[in-house]
Unconditional design. Structure first.
Length: 406
């Protein structure tokens, strides 16, 4: 019981402590709160005695709940412009091509040395174009062993952690120097992550005043409305699919009509749509604290998801080539996407959120846009991820079939 209470309190309090340190220590402000929380989370995940089944369930619950709550709050605080969607199509195509090519090259090098190589490749193609949800769906579709799936997922988390470290430390700044980058105002996002950016983006002064508390209740009410609308969208979609398939309209047929892993993409799509629509309403636009409250929930998500990585369960000797295969896919696709972005003149921040959205899924996009201090690419990044959800399973199954021929 103690580990659960300890983690619950720590996940809520630690982001506030890190924000205070980032404001007071210039060096930490330049690193940014998300990277610091990610590192703290990984370290917490290795403490013996604290990581039990109960604490894992707590972490899983937090990471599942934080995004549906934070996403609409952050979208409420965005000023949408159709010009912000410029380049989404090019960036999406470049990202998908990069993942497919990197996976193919990796399979040529390491595939023959990996047990069930075609299935592993299929799972990874689906995962790196749509996230863990697609990997779970493909595990069922391809009959992949549960114990190897857990190991593969752990490897993916490890390499993705290194991938995030690279982006948050040098990647974003370097891409902005080479690729086109549009400087924005402080409210929309500055050109680099700095101590001043942290102060601007994380302004919680006055939150506990009468006005701030009143806003909190209004924000929660708006979020609940968006959640209800998104659930209704999911229900309507399920009913439509059931009718198309000639099934009777029951709770079982409606929920089962999506198949494994499809509920979350439809839910996120509905939630995003409802939140964007709400952001155009004047009462919602006056909720000035909504973005920062949502951002704090993203900080909680960051430390919780990082703490789920348990390096003690990794067997580097047994699955060395699988690990190298993953490195080739994740970092190789990032390099290929960068080269394609130079050719297609894709904006730097758009390239980064596209890569993150495909490789890690839309829930990680708010975290990255916060690190870049650029709200403009939030919706485009989520849009790319939703499309990745939709095509990931198809690409994964197709990749497994093609690789099995060799």
């Amino acid at each position: 019981m103690f580990p659960v209470i300890f983690y619950a309190i720590l996940f809520v309090v630690m982001p506030a402590l890190v924000l205070i340190l980032c404001r007071k220590v210039t060096f930490l402000g330049k690193i940014g709160p998300i990277l610091i929380l990610y590192i703290i989370g990984v370290l917490l995940g290795q403490i013996p005695g604290l990581n039990t089944d109960a604490t894992f369930k707590l972490k899983d619950t937090i990471t599942t709940v934080m995004i549906p709550l934070a996403l609409p709050m952050m979208l409420f605080g965005c000023q949408f412009n159709f010009k912000d969607m410029k380049g989404v199509g090019k960036s999406l195509i470049a990202g998908l091509i990069a993942v497919i090519v990197a996976t193919s090259l990796g399979y040529v090098i390491f595939g023959s040395r990996i047990v069930d190589g075609p299935k592993v490749a299929g799972l990874l193609v689906g995962c790196e174009t749509g996230g863990t949800i697609n990997m779970a769906a493909l595990k069922m579709a391809l009959g992949f062993p549960e114990e190897r799936y857990v190991l593969l997922n752990s490897y993916d988390m490890l390499i993705c952690f290194l991938y995030f470290i690279f982006l948050l430390t040098v990647g974003i700044k370097w891409f902005r120097k080479v690729l086109p980058h549009q400087e924005t105002s402080a409210q929309e996002g500055s050109g680099h992550v700095s101590g001043e950016a942290v102060k601007e983006e994380n302004n919680y002064r006055g939150l506990w005043s009468a006005r701030g508390i009143g806003q909190i209740f209004k924000i929660l009410l708006a979020v609940i409305c968006c959640l209800v609308v998104s659930v209704l969208i999911v229900a309507v979609a399920g009913i439509a699919i059931a009718l198309f398939q000639g099934e009777p309209i029951t709770l079982k047929t409606v929920t089962g009509s999506f198949g494994a892993g499809w509920f979350m993409p439809v839910f996120i799509l509905g939630l995003t749509t409802a939140a964007i629509a709400a952001s155009f309403l004047k009462p919602v636009r006056k909720l000035t604290y909504s973005y920062n409250i949502g951002l704090y929930l993203i900080y909680i998500f960051s430390i919780a998801v990082a703490s789920m990585a348990d390096v003690t369960k990794l067997n580097f000797g047994q699955e060395l080539y699988t690990l190298l295969f993953l490195v080739c896919i994740i970092f190789g696709s990032l390099l290929l996407q960068f080269l394609l972005s130079i050719l297609l003149k894709i904006e730097s921040d758009m390239m980064v959120v596209t890569s993150v959205s495909l490789i890690n899924s839309p829930p990680f996009v708010p975290m990255m846009t916060s690190a870049m201090n650029n709200r403009k690419v939030l919706v485009p990044g989520i849009t790319v991820g939703i499309i990745g959800f939709a095509v990931g399973n198809y690409l994964g199954i197709l990749a497994e079939q093609l690789f099995a021929l060799f």
